[in-house]
Design a protein around this ligand. Structure first.
Ligand SMILES: [Ca+2]
Ligand SMILES: [Ca+2]
Length: 118
């Protein structure tokens, strides 16, 4: 089983100090990629991976976003690129996979979740 792990940025000040990382277990789900951006615009970075987003800073609470296609052992989400596609000030994300032969835009509906846009 694949596991999602991120490395937290633990620097305290300046560029002259060394950067330290520590692994943190987020969830046991297995997806192909993860994006990092502020989903709910509270000033805290969140994680988006597969059909969930995980609320920062603890990433313990997850929000289901909607169905996602699966092909064998792979999910059709080989990237999670944050971008405000519709220019409303809320970050959406762009994903795509080998089997979909295209890209998909998940539009941020400005509340506590994300939805799929054709
Ligand atoms: Ca946030
Ligand atoms: Ca947007």
């Amino acid at each position: 089983m694949k596991k999602i792990a991120i490395f937290l940025f633990l620097t305290t000040a300046g560029f002259s100090q060394s950067i330290k990382f520590r692994p943190q277990m987020i969830a046991a789900e297995s997806f192909e990629s993860v994006g990092v951006f502020d989903v709910n615009k509270d000033g805290i970075l969140d994680l988006v991976s597969g059909y969930y987003w995980y609320k920062g800073p603890s990433f313990r609470d997850r929000v289901y976003m909607g169905p996602m296609d699966r092909h064998g052992e792979y999910w059709d989400c080989f990237s999670n690129l944050p971008f405000d596609v519709n220019g409303d000030g809320y970050t959406d994300f762009i994903t795509g996979g080998w089997w979909s032969n295209g890209i998909k835009i998940w539009e941020n509906p400005k509340n506590d979740g994300l939805g799929r846009k054709a």
